[in-house]
Design a protein around this ligand. Sequence first.
Ligand code: GLA
Length: 343
Amino acid sequence: MSPAPPVRAFAPGRVNVIGDHTDYTGGLALPMAIAEGTTVAVEPGGDVVRLVSDCETEPAIVALDVSEPAGVTPPWARYVAGVVAALRPAQGATGTVTTTLPVGAGLSSSAALEVAVALALGFDGDALELAQLCQRAEHAASGVPCGIMDQLTSAAGVDGALLLLDCRSLAVTPVPMPPDLAVVAVHSGQRRALAATAYAERRAQCEAAEGEIGPLRDATLADASALADPVLRRRARHVVTENARVLAFVDALGSREYDEAGRVLVESHASLRDDFEVSTPEVDDLVARLNQADGVLGARMTGGGFGGVVLSVCHAEAAAQVATAYEGGVVVPSRGASCRNAS
Ligand code: GLA
C-alpha cells in the first residue's frame, strides 16, 4: 500500500464585529473570518500525532487513544489532544503548525488550531459538524465552556462577508461587508489573564437567569428587569439588548446608515462594560480613543473580553491611517473558508 499523500490545511482566526456573550444562550453574533490563520501540514501515518509549532519550543505528541486532553503537556498540545479525542483518527500524523495569528489575543488562535488540526487529520464532514467537533475539543482541552462562535466562524468563513450566526438554529447567513467600510483590529496590549474563570462564571450567571425567566433568546427587557438579583438582571439585560443590536447593525449596514451602525457598536461596548462586566480600564481607554479618531464609525471590545484585541469599524479610506496610529493596529481583511488538502 502506498503511503497517504501529505495534507496541508489552513483555518482562519476571527474577529467578532458585534454580538458578544450571546452564543452560549442560543443568541446572535456577527463575526468575520480573517486572513490571519493557522496552517497544519502533515504526513499521515504512525500511531501518534506529532506536531512541531513555529511559536512553541516543545512539540505536541499525542497518542491516538488520549483520554484526558486537559492534562497533556506542553499546554498547546491540549488543543491537539482535544481534537484527537473528539475525532479519533484511524492513524497518526507527523508535521508542522505555522500561524500568522497572535496567540491569546482574542482572535481565536485556539479555534484556528483545532479546525486546522481536524482537517489535517482527515475530518470529513460539513462546516457545522467540523465546528461542533472542534468546540468539543476546546471544552476538553481548556475546560472553558465556550459557545460555538469561534469554531463555526473558522470553519464556515466566507470571503468578503460577515457571518450572521443564529446560535440556536445554527444557521449561518453571510452578510456582505460593504466595500466602503473596513475593520481595524488594535491590540490593547493586555493579556487575557482572567478570561477563563470569568467566562465560566458569566455563562453560569446566564444559565441562572434562564432558570428564572426562560431562554434569554426569547426574553424581553421586561423579563430581564423582573429578575430579583441585580447581577443576573444586568447579565440578562446585556444578552437581550446585544441580540437586538446584532440585528440593528445588520439593518444599518444594509441601508448604509453608518452613523446608526456606529452608535450600535458603541452601545455594545457600553453594555459589555457595564452590564456584562467583561471589559478592563485599558480596553475602555483604547475604545474611547478609537471612537474619537477620524473615519471611525464605532469601536468595541471583541470576543470573551478581559484584554486582547479591540475592533473598530471605519470608512475604508480612513482604515490605513487608523491602523497606523496605533501600535500593532491592523486592517483585517476577511477570508474565506478553511481549505482542505491545499498542497
Ligand atoms: C469566546 C468564546 C465564544 C464567545 C465569545 C464571547 O471567544 O469562545 O464562544 O462566547 O468568547 O462572545
